[in-house]
Design a protein around this ligand. Structure first.
Ligand code: ADP
Ligand code: ZN
Ligand code: ZN
Length: 740
């Protein structure tokens, strides 16, 4: 088109701004959407991505010419560009912010400083001084080498530990060359592929039939150990044989060592695995290899959904229910949802796999938007573990800390005595406390929102952080009148200390967000696998896909810790966590048992988890969500308003609330009309974590049945208030997952 000689260009600079350039005669036809160009920026030059080529408009400022087309990088795939547009609109974010989240290393400093790594030095003739030293050394050894910043956060006070280890000659620094050599394209080694089970064959027939035939979404619901990975692999083989590519999303690459090993063995030189310990340079190299079509398969955590895989033929989301798919900072997108859109834009199938699918995906399957596939049996006929409840109302906890009941202690002693291992599961980190009645077992919850009230000190009270309902801490249970009400909430450290005091022969290791990080996890898990420790105390992290054949007992300290979580998804999370953690028991030849301590053994999430009955749980939970107007039967957005000054935060939050109310009314989705109203606005309320880094956090929550109207109202709000003014910050979270 002759008059199309203006280009909108996204500059690949840290600010990721959109600039407009004119296209000189000699470059017309070459500067196209998706191509990278070299452009003058003030006195320098910078690379940019062409997003649009169009006729000039009177609104354009005086323009300078694009300098050159970059020919070393092929154009970005059109489905990826469309995805960036979609994500920008849907999540109410500027395109630059989206692109930066999609490919951070392309927007990094222009001439990156060589990155520093630590590796094991020739070991001097002395021993490391502390357990922390040992942990760090093991982590570095396991990883081969670690980026310096990653090494510094392996353990609390890690920066000092690393400094000491460097000074004493245990560790050495090495600097990365500016352009890392790409991985050699090794020929795929020959591997033995297991013959598919009946379940696998049936599922593969359906997925295989969809490959090459446009967009189609599948929910692969397979119990733990049913062999979902082999299904993904065979589907990928078919895609690769047809000359196309695949994206495999995993919740957290550091936790999927096994998968990494298997996929590399199976697909050799055409797979790029992205993980958290990778340097920017390596990531950029992987990105380029995918863009050039050298890497046909990209495996990685959420940002891999934006990988520039060419001729995309399949997208896989493993453990689709995982909350780690939601990015909670910067661009707050959900990679599971974005993966479905990516597949739609590429015109290929997407497979969402899980043993405990999210209610959102379950509802999509129910509504026919997603095809439900099921693998109800474990490979090799291993039985599901036996689940037993300890009712804390009748078996009160003993010991100084009152964490363990007699039956759980007995089970632990017996397990250790047989030389087997146990996992003790704390189903959340030790912050946020709540009140439970030890007579009737009920946690105290908000009458408006049916979420558990959180205990706050100063002043001593219980508060709902959805609607701001507040009550004093009651002396008697509002349900049964008993005076046996107590405040609960504890963390891993107390459990680790106490189990060592109460059970003979325990060698305890602890795995939680403090001790975990790329190398930390590997080192701790390797120690547990070797038998250095025989009890592993941990949070969510221990629940994920590990295979520990020697674990025959899983103890859950207090089911209420996740059940009473102040979140409308608390029951769903509890069901998922208990199912996952139970899946860790009895993976070897000896059958496993699960012991769950709780005040409320009759609670439906607990009962269905014990019976390994996902569909039963989903049907009940789905009905409750519909009754209460929560997703998947409504759409949510959370607006977080924060400021160092509490009064300012509160004032700004009120303003946000009023604007939203009016914008929703303008869009015909207002809050008036009582229960029949299209939308409801909750709050402003103090967030459950009321202050972070000296800022007071308020939250406004919007619930609506009209997603498009909400999206337009949020854009009006964003254009009006932006990211906040002065010291006030405003963050829009569409389809929020964590509401803390
Ligand atoms: P899931 O992800 O569904 O929990 P995995 O994919 O981890 O299950 O598979 C569980 C185990 O079964 C793995 O050790 C895997 O190698 C093995 N496996 C998978 N498919 C087969 C098969 N068809 N025949 C034999 N073993 C299999
Ligand atoms: Zn009671
Ligand atoms: Zn409430």
């Amino acid at each position: 088109m002759a008059d199309h000689h203006v280009a909108d260009v996204l500059l690949l600079l840290p600010l990721a701004q959109l600039y407009t350039y004119s296209i000189p005669e000699r470059l017309r036809g070459k500067v196209r959407r998706g191509v990278q160009v070299d452009c003058p920026v003030r006195t320098r030059r910078a690379h940019g991505l062409v997003l649009k080529v169009r006729p000039p408009s009177p609104a354009d400022p005086p323009l300078v010419d694009v300098a050159e087309v970059v020919t070393t990088r092929p154009p970005w795939p059109e489905d990826l560009l469309e995805l960036l547009d979609f994500v920008s609109t849907y999540y109410v974010a500027r395109i630059g912010q989206v692109a930066r989240a999609a490919m951070p290393s392309l927007f990094a400093r222009r001439s990156p400083k060589p990155e520093a790594w630590v590796r094991i030095a020739t070991r001097p003739d002395k021993l490391p001084r502390s357990p922390k030293d040992v942990l760090v050394l093991e982590a570095v050894e396991a990883a081969g080498r670690l980026e310096l910043p990653a090494a510094r956060v392996l353990v609390p006070g890690g920066a000092d530990v690393v400094k000491r280890l460097l000074a004493r000659g245990f560790l050495a620094i090495e600097e990365e060359e500016a352009t890392p050599a790409p991985a050699p394209a090794a020929a795929a080694p020959v591997v033995v592929r297991p013959e598919p089970t009946t379940d696998q064959a049936a599922v593969l027939a359906q997925i295989g039939g969809a490959i090459g035939n446009g967009y189609k979404a599948f929910l692969l619901h397979g119990v733990t150990g049913s062999g979902k990975t082999e299904v993904y692999f065979r589907a990928i083989e078919q895609v690769v044989a047809a000359g196309r590519g695949a994206i495999v999303l995993v919740p957290e690459i550091a936790l999927t060592v096994e998968l990494r090993r298997h996929i590399e063995a199976r697909f050799g030189g055409i797979v790029a695995v992205l993980h958290s310990a990778m340097a920017q340079g390596q990531r950029a190299a992987a990105w380029d290899a995918a863009l050039a079509g050298r890497m046909r398969i990209v495996v990685g955590p959420r940002s891999a959904v934006f990988a520039p895989v060419r001729d995309l033929g399949l997208v896989v989301v493993d453990e689709e229910h995982e909350t780690t798919y939601k990015q909670e900072e910067g661009l707050r997108y959900n990679a599971r949802d974005v993966a479905m859109v990516r597949a739609k834009m590429a015109g290929c199938p997407v497979v969402l796999g899980s043993a405990t699918p999210s209610l959102e995906t379950f509802q999509n399957a129910h509504a026919g938007k997603v095809t439900y596939l099921s693998m109800p049996h474990r490979v090799r006929e291993r039985p599901m573990p036996e689940v037993r409840f300890v009712d804390l109302r009748y078996e009160p906890p003993v010991g100084a800390e009152r964490l363990f009941s007699r039956p759980l202690l007995d089970a632990l002693s017996a397990t250790i005595g047989r030389g087997e291992s146990a996992i003790l599961f704390i189903n959340r980190r030790g912050f946020g406390r709540f009140v439970v009645c030890s007579a009737c077992g009920a946690p105290i919850s908000c009458p408006n929102c049916s979420i558990t009230l959180t205990h706050h000190v100063k002043p001593d009270r219980l508060a709902c952080h959805y609607c701001d309902h507040q009550v004093p801490v009651p002396e008697r249970c509002p349900g049964c009148g008993s005076s046996e009400v107590a405040i609960y909430g504890f963390g891993t450290e107390r459990v680790e200390d106490e189990v060592g005091r109460l059970v003979r022969g325990v060698r305890c290791a602890r795995l939680d967000a403090d001790t975990a990080s790329a190398g930390g996890i590997d080192a701790i898990l390797a120690g547990f696998r070797r038998g250095d420790s025989n009890v592993l105390v941990g949070t969510q992290i221990v629940a994920k896909g590990h295979d520990f054949p020697m674990v025959t007992l899983v103890g859950v300290l207090l089911a209420e810790q996740s059940l009473a979580f102040p979140d409308f998804r608390a029951a769903e999370r509890t069901f998922q966590l208990l199912t996952q953690v139970a899946g860790r028991a009895g993976r070897g030849e000896t059958p496993g048992q699960v012991v769950i301590q709780t005040f409320e053994p009759g609670q439906y999430a607990l009962r269905f988890a014990a019976a390994h009955d996902f569909l039963g749980f989903a049907v009940v939970e789905n009905r409750i969500r519909r009754e209460r107007g929560y997703p998947p039967h409504s759409h949510l957005a959370a607006i977080e308003v924060s400021s160092p000054d509490p009064a300012e935060a509160s004032r700004a939050a009120d303003e946000v609330r009023d604007y939203l109310d009016q914008f929703l009314t303008l869009e015909g989705a207002g809050t008036r009309g009582g229960p029949a109203a299209a939308s409801a606005i909750l709050g402003p309320a103090l967030a459950a974590i009321e202050r972070i880094k000296g800022r007071t956090r308020m939250q406004v929550l919007v619930k609506t049945r009209r997603r498009a109207a909400l999206n337009r109202a949020l854009w009006r709000l964003y254009k009006l208030v932006g990211p906040g003014r002065g010291r006030t910050r405003i963050r829009i979270d569409v389809d929020p997952v964590s509401l803390l």
